[in-house]
Design a protein around this ligand. Structure first.
Ligand code: SMG
Ligand code: MG
Length: 384
């Protein structure tokens, strides 16, 4: 497609309740959204003029660089200054800018994977809307709905945690993930097991809050039959995760450490993890996410789809990705009302513990304009 221009929009959406992790507390979701406007050749012989298409991308970078080095304003800056101009220049040079070309066009810019992934997502959405294909169809997805797990933040007390988990189980979530940190680990896990029993699918996520010196403490989690422990150690500690894996029984799942297809291959080869959490933004986009899925499938590594507190746009794409056959564990693709009273798209809802995979062209969902405008704090239009 020819890229006509790109709208960059920053939104701020209130969360229904604060979301606390080992690295901080979030009360709002600040996110950068991208709307790519372009033109594709018409397939209609009677109307040979190019057809205008648009597509949406969501950048998962958070307001502050606490989960990873990227953050919303920084992502907006790199998009406006370096990434978007590259796509516009490619269009000006006569290139057909497809989603498959975005990563190669942006490759010489180092890092900024969440920003790149968002731009690729917008181009992919526009491209698929142009051809009428769904994202799930493009990926080769095999499911029409995906089992839904929920990520439960650190709570003020064990009693509060048990109430929250009880409500989520009543909603029908099929898997519970507890956020943990030093001082909030063994006790909440033990309390949830005791109250809800051995059958609940349960896992924990440390968001890199421990060191290898905590191995003895982490080994005590072995008693609770967890599906996995997610990212116990820092992002760049792949080798130490391999050491930890020898010391504990609970399978290790990597999140933050898996920043690329190469990092995934390294982690698998070094036996640093038995499971991988796939988040498209973290690995530079949905095409890399699919490559990691394929790599893991070939290596017998189960994967699941992570979440970044997305709006309905990112949630739609995650549901499509999670419908691929290698996603054998329930992901963090929960209903919109897990985080938002009002989503910017039609809300994703839980039905029998599952989220339906959109079937319409591209993402299959669109922002509701007046809701989007209500949450918008800045917009700009970038063209060549
Ligand atoms: O979207 O359901 C979601 C959030 C899931 O826990 C979640 N994400 O490390 O996996 C993770 C975190 C990252 C974001 S925490 C603000
Ligand atoms: Mg995580």
């Amino acid at each position: 497609m020819k890229i006509t221009g790109v709208e960059l929009r920053t939104i701020r959406m209130p969360l229904r309740s604060p979301f606390e992790t080992s690295f901080g507390v979030e009360e709002d979701r600040v996110a950068v959204l991208i709307r790519v406007v372009g033109a594709v050749p018409s397939h209609d012989h009677h109307h040979p003029h190019p057809v205008e298409v648009q597509g949406w991308g969501e950048c998962v970078a958070m307001e502050f660089p606490l989960y990873s080095s990227e953050y919303a304003e920084g992502a907006a800056e790199v998009l406006r200054r370096f990434l978007i101009p590259r796509l516009l220049a490619a269009t000006d040079a006569g290139q057909d800018v497809t989603a498959e070309l975005v990563d190669p066009l942006l490759e010489s810019i180092i890092g900024h994977r969440m920003a790149k992934g968002a731009l690729e997502m917008a181009v992919l959405d526009a491209q698929l809307r142009g051809t009428g294909q769904s994202l799930a169809g493009y990926f080769g997805a095999t499911r029409t709905a995906v089992p839904s797990g929920v990520s439960v933040g650190i709570q003020p007390s064990i009693a509060a945690l048990l109430d929250v988990v009880s409500d989520y189980l009543a909603d029908g979530y099929v898997r519970i993930k507890l956020k943990i940190k030093p001082g909030w680990d063994l006790a909440p896990v033990e309390a949830v097991r005791e109250r809800f029993g051995e059958l609940v699918l349960l896992q924990v996520d440390a968001n890199a809050a421990y060191t290898l010196a905590d191995a003895r403490l982490l080994r005590r989690l072995d008693a609770f039959d967890l599906l996995l422990i997610e990212q116990p150690l820092p992002e760049d500690d792949i080798r130490q995760h391999a050491e930890l894996a020898k010391l504990i029984q609970t399978p290790i799942c990597l999140d933050e450490s898996v920043v690329s297809v190469r990092a995934a291959a390294d982690a698998i080869a070094l036996r640093a993890c038995q499971v991988i959490n796939i988040k498209a933004g973290r690995v530079g986009g949905y095409l890399n996410a699919r490559k990691i899925h394929d790599l893991c499938q070939a290596n017998g590594i189960p994967v699941w789809c992570g979440g970044m507190v997305e709006t309905g746009l990112g949630r739609a794409a995650n549901a499509a990705l999670a419908a691929l056959p290698g996603f054998t564990l329930p992901g963090d693709v929960s209903a919109s009302d897990r985080f938002y009273d009002q989503d910017i798209t039609e809300p994703f809802v839980l039905e029998d513990g599952q989220i339906a995979v959109p079937t319409g062209p591209g993402l299959g969902v669109e922002p509701i304009q007046d809701v989007l405008d209500r949450f918008t704090v800045a917009t700009e239009w970038i063209q060549s």
